[in-house]
Design a protein around this ligand. Structure first.
Ligand code: CTP
Length: 423
């Protein structure tokens, strides 16, 4: 495979040398495209010697071969490691002021970026907005690890180890090679997105059904029982899947801006959501239950607004009944037949008996889905925020993939990266 390894100007550039080695030893043809700033950390001679190819940072060398267009167009994978705050900003705004940014604009293959920088730079709203933008366009963002940074400081911002990055790239390459050609027609009402910026199409030909938001269980015409789910993670999943070429149907209880190319089915109650999900089942290759479904609903619905008694301080007592467990029903519906990949979510807190992951493993076994996305919830975590931190568990495997803290689009990208390996 033809791999372009972009290296931006951060101290972690030295780790890219080991990543390059892993690619070349596996037989890939790698062209290294460093930024001019990165040469302060690792010189062009190192990249040339290790890749066996000339190395340029600008668009003015080998001009007859038009490298600024050819390299990106012919690549099977572009990986930028480390991706600095500056590189992310230039990529997000579509600048083309050096060879690497030209490659990023001309590439039509999967693009992987591994941000690495100081924690403050990573957490800055400008950087977070840039990674969210890139992720929405289908770029695979590998969130930075937490740990020792350049100096004595520690925190999120470290470049993951080269073998981890290599594993992510291999999975994406494999999934991309296995993906049907972009011209495959899809059925169902949802139209595959136009590839947004045309960056990746690793979900082309896949039909995705996602639920999002908290259900509302009405008590009377004006009141309902609800929860604090904002629906943002479900919408981010829909947005990233559409950017990767999937035909996406979103069964939603909330009214957020609809991502381009996504078909929305609006519902309110758990029962309406259940029906919509079962209706979409046969046309889905992947089902994601990101919604916060109320486990209980009022036993009775009052057709008229429930009034305060005029002559006493009494309050009515609410009787609740159980709602169906939609996720468990979808898994039962699939039975032993080959069917869609099913992804569940779990909102968990640790307690005196067990930690978050112990509870999550028990839930994965109980629900029988293929992937469980585990949110750690607390008073200030997850609900309504633009950022998220999750652990991804796979049925039948002890492996845990950690993602975040990162914008919900980046988390969505990590979830799709994992799901794509199961398709
Ligand atoms: N879910 C569902 N139907 C329900 C409740 C939950 O489909 N009635 C789905 C959610 O969409 C999520 C997963 O099940 O994908 C986990 O939901 P959660 O509320 O965390 O788990 P519960 O099974 O309700 O377990 P508990 O509340 O006891 O932790």
């Amino acid at each position: 495979m033809r791999v372009v390894l972009g290296v931006a100007g951060g101290i972690a550039a030295y780790k890219a040398a080991s990543l390059l080695r892993l690619f070349t030893e596996a037989g890939h043809d790698v062209t290294v495209v460093p930024t001019a700033a990165s040469l302060h950390f690792v010189g062009a001679a190192t990249w040339s010697a290790l890749s066996g190819k000339p190395v340029h940072t600008d668009v003015w060398s080998d001009i007859t071969e038009v490298p600024h267009v050819r390299l990106g167009q012919s690549a099977d994978l572009v990986v930028v490691a480390p991706a600095t705050a500056d590189l992310l900003a230039r990529a997000a705004t579509g600048q083309a002021d050096d060879l690497l940014t030209n490659v990023l604009l001309t590439a039509r293959c999967p693009v992987v970026m591994a941000p690495a920088m100081h924690t403050e730079m990573w957490e800055h709203p400008a950087t977070q907005a840039n990674v969210a933008t890139l992720s929405e366009r289908g770029v695979h963002i590998v969130p930075p690890a937490s740990g020792r940074l350049t100096g004595k400081d520690t925190g999120p911002g470290r470049l993951p180890e080269p073998d981890e990055l290599y594993a992510v790239c291999s999975r994406i390459l494999a999934a991309h090679q296995g993906a049907p050609a972009p011209s495959v027609a899809t059925t169902g009402a949802a139209e595959p997105a136009e590839g947004a910026e045309g960056v990746v199409d690793s979900l082309t030909g896949q039909r995705v059904l996602i639920s999002a938001g908290g259900t509302r269980e009405p008590l009377d015409p004006v009141r309902f029982l609800g929860n604090r789910s904002s629906g943002k993670q479900g919408y981010a999943l829909a947005e990233v899947a559409a950017a990767r070429g999937a035909a996406v149907t979103l069964v939603s209880t909330v009214a957020l801006p609809v991502p381009e190319g996504v078909r929305v089915v609006s519902v309110e109650t758990a029962e309406q959501m259940r029906r919509a999900m079962l209706e979409g089942f046969d046309d889905a290759d992947v089902i994601v239950m990101a919604a916060a479904v109320a486990d209980f609903r009022p036993a009775d619905y009052a057709a008229h607004k429930i009034k305060k008694p005029a002559d006493s301080e009494d309050a009515p007592e609410l009787r609740l009944v159980r709602n169906p467990d939609i996720l468990a029903e979808l898994v039962r519906h699939r039975g032993d037949a080959a069917g869609p990949v099913i992804v569940g979510f779990a909102a968990e807190t640790g307690d005196a008996d067990a930690g978050v992951l112990d509870h999550a493993r028990a839930k994965l076994a109980r629900k029988g889905c293929d992937v469980l996305v585990v949110n750690e919830v607390g008073t200030d975590k997850t609900f309504g925020k633009d950022d998220n931190t999750v652990h991804l568990l796979l049925q039948g495997s002890s492996r845990v993939v950690d993602a975040g803290p990162a914008p919900k689009q980046v988390i969505a990208g990590a979830i799709w990266d994992l799901v794509e390996t199961l398709l």
